[in-house]
Design a protein around this ligand. Structure first.
Ligand code: NAP
Length: 287
């Protein structure tokens, strides 16, 4: 009989890697824990919360489209979740549901692992959705020198810039996502991050012109939040130009492992577990 119960909720949820991450953790830590996946559509959160309370769930991960809607069902919210205005982890503490956010810290760990320094760096982010928002607040809090946000819809980039300024006193530069603007910011960029779905498996659009990669500094890190494909066209082009690259898998695995640390509060080797999960993922893709 299981001592613990974990779950992930979201919709669509079929392709989630959460079970791979958390069941590997459960197995390696020899925990008696059930793990379940729930397709919870917008408007269905309340009934899931009732179910989760009734079955005394240990905790659950929250993905699209519930990262903001979940706030109203929580008894308390951790300071980082408030800062990022997003919850991806809920822990049941004596019947009270507490919300956390581990996404941005997952990204921070993936940068730390490869020795990348945020402080005093110039960071360029493409896209201005939920991921950009959390990363921009984290990067500004970690004392990035300058952040450029380029987005199709400039108003969304401006809104994130205003929010980051209120929370951190660093004002990111918001710009239209265009070839001209990318060329302008590329020479000063230390960390270049793609948070748009351009290049993602199943998405027809990709970068039309990647020649800007050749104008990046030789020391620039090119990071893509996408992990499927493992190397996007952007990352392949950067790698061919001998630049450091980082895909989104490490961020994804680390955010999951930080959630596990919150649920169980036990010590483990993050890097070792991350590499076991990464190997399983790659093996699965090769089969
Ligand atoms: P989101 O809130 O939907 O934002 C997507 C952003 O991409 C928007 O700013 C949108 O621009 C832009 N965009 C969409 N299609 C585009 C196109 N064809 N050309 C140019 N820009 C386009 O999504 P999100 O939650 O921020 O996630 C963004 C990406 O990060 C996704 O690929 C997601 O899978 C990935 N992600 C990975 C992790 C991880 O752990 N590795 C975690 C979170 C997210 P407009 O505002 O103009 O529509």
């Amino acid at each position: 009989m299981s001592e613990y119960r974990l779950a992930v909720i979201g919709s669509p949820i079929t392709h989630t890697l959460s079970p791979l991450i958390h069941t590997t953790f459960i197995e390696k830590m020899k925990l008696k824990c059930e793990y379940s996946v729930h397709d919870v559509k917008k408007g269905e959160l309340e009934s899931f919360i009732k179910y989760a309370k009734d079955c005394s769930i240990t905790g659950f991960n929250v993905t699209m489209p519930h990262k903001q809607d979940i706030f109203q069902f929580l008894d308390d919210v951790d300071s980082k979740a408030l800062l990022y205005n997003s919850v991806n982890t809920v822990k049941n503490v004596n019947g009270k549901f507490i919300g956390y956010n581990t996404d941005a810290d997952g990204y921070k760990m993936s940068l730390t692992e490869i020795g990348e320094c945020i402080e005093n760096s110039v960071i360029t982010i493409l896209g201005a959705g939920g991921a950009c928002s959390a990363l921009a607040i984290m990067l500004a809090s970690e004392k990035a020198e300058k952040i450029n946000i380029l987005n199709r819809n400039t108003e969304k980039a401006k809104a994130i810039s205003d929010d980051v300024f209120i929370k951190t006193h660093l004002k990111p530069i918001a710009m239209k996502l265009s070839k001209e603007n990318i060329k302008k910011v590329v020479p000063e960029t230390d960390i270049f991050i793609n948070t748009t779905p351009l290049g993602m498996e199943g998405i027809p659009e990709n970068f039309e012109d990647l020649s800007f990669v050749y104008n990046l500094k030789k020391t620039t890190l090119v990071s893509d939040l996408i992990y499927n494909p493992f190397r996007t066209k952007l990352l392949k082009t950067a790698e061919n130009n001998n630049l450091k690259i980082l895909n989104g898998l490490n961020m994804l695995i680390y955010q999951g492992l930080i959630s596990d640390k919150i649920y169980f509060d036990i010590d483990f080797d993050f890097v070792l577990l991350k590499s076991i999960i990464e190997d399983k993922y790659v093996q699965g893709k090769l089969c």
